[in-house]
Design a protein around this ligand. Sequence first.
Ligand SMILES: Nc1ncnc2c1ncn2[C@@H]1O[C@H](COP(=O)(O)OP(=O)(O)O[C@H]2O[C@H](CO)[C@@H](O)[C@H](O)[C@H]2O)[C@@H](O)[C@H]1O
Length: 485
Amino acid sequence: MSSLKVLSVVSEVYPLVKTGGLADVAGALPAALAPHGIELRTVIPGYPAVMAGLEAGEPVHRFDHLFGGPAQLLAGRAGGLDLFVIDAPHLFERPGGPYVGGNGVDWPDNAARFAALGAVASGLGLGLVPGFVPDIVHAHDWQAGLAPAYLHYAGTRRPGTVMTIHNMAFQGQFPAHDFPMLGLPPHAFGLGGVEYYGMVGYLKAGLQLADRITTVSPGYAGEILLPEGGMGLDGLLNARSHVLSGILNGLDEQAWNPAADPLIAAPFDAKAIKGRAANKVALKAAFGLDPDPEALLFGVVSRLSWQKGLDLLADSLGTLLELGAQLVLLGSGDADLAGRFAGAAQAHPGRIGVRLGYDEAVAHQLQAGSDVLIVPSRFEPCGLTQLSALRYGALPLVARVGGLADTVIDVNEMARSAGVGTGVQFSPVTAPALQLALKRTAALWRDKALWKKLQRNAMTTDVSWERAARQYDALFRQLAGERAA
Ligand SMILES: Nc1ncnc2c1ncn2[C@@H]1O[C@H](COP(=O)(O)OP(=O)(O)O[C@H]2O[C@H](CO)[C@@H](O)[C@H](O)[C@H]2O)[C@@H](O)[C@H]1O
């Protein structure tokens, strides 16, 4: 097995900075790919949390002017990862999130901040640091979308480029007057380049100019070729469908291991599911719910956004309560939705418990203690919470879209006779269809022997990174071979 160098270009990485599943995937890929002889390093902006976590960061390059100020590139380790960190205080040293300020509004200079990420990644691709010249530059989401563009227009020998879509809803579009700042040749501002409906499109640029495009499930790779799923980019994606593929995400099985999870009340595994019960008791107590162990406990761990379809659940709480069930929700995001759930918890104490905010420990406790995890997304490139739910024996109840459809086996009649179901799917993604699914799930819950079987199926599903790692390895090597030839 020959070794291959891959530079991962990303705007968040677990455990240093995380706003969503992107960070989980970027954080898991290096270890998943290492057994394949892939040496992966990640280039990331030097936000305060990254700078604070960096161990023995060595300056490896100085920039006199990096999009408005001096900067340096540091090489070092943090959170178990090999990193290149862009130490550019004028762009990244500020309180708030990686994309938005404390007021929830996008940083006004995001065009420059993530152009810097793309430009530095391109520099690394072209040999800026002689000790690590990548064979492949792997760009994640719009924030990294300019990396393939800079490499494409460099007009010199360059590594292969892969653009991975984790979320099409965010495309990184900026006014045309930002184009000159990018330092790309004038002809790059065109249909075949970075231009997108008269603006600069960072994701569009990556999709247009990368050698390969991937997304995080085969199902979603199909859906984005359709007008409803493509969010304006389906034309481009159809034209490039010969280089598009879907590689299903895995789960970080170390961070999510019910047999040895320090964050939950009691350990358990597929052979000793009984141990789960103590987690349900603890979860209900923490959320102030009635202790009745027979009441079916639904759970949600999610960003509160249109994508995640939780308004459909808010519209279905009457059904959930009529079924005698309970709900625990952990979520952060949209204020209206948060208000609806907080109001429901107030109106139905003991039946509905809500925690607003981002809380890693509660996320684990909720996976370990809920009977069912609801994921009613309108679209879902892959989804990670249903993978944790499978591993923790909370049966996923999911919308039949994207990666949710690819990872949960609906307990229909044939799945039941074959003994292979792991959860419940519903379609179309509407409140009435969700309500039917809640009822169907409650009927399954009454059959204790079946439920136990489904839990065992869920918990023994292969949610590891191994399959994905083999597929990324094959893709990277094929592309590297092409570039070399
Ligand atoms: N309030 C909260 N408190 C604590 N933890 C919380 C939380 N809300 C969410 N999380 C955690 O954040 C992650 C969410 O990941 P997902 O993949 O489900 O969705 P996301 O839309 O962020 O990711 C996008 O990128 C990923 C990665 O490719 C795709 O799987 C996905 O479909 C795509 O939309 C999980 O690790 C979850 O536990």
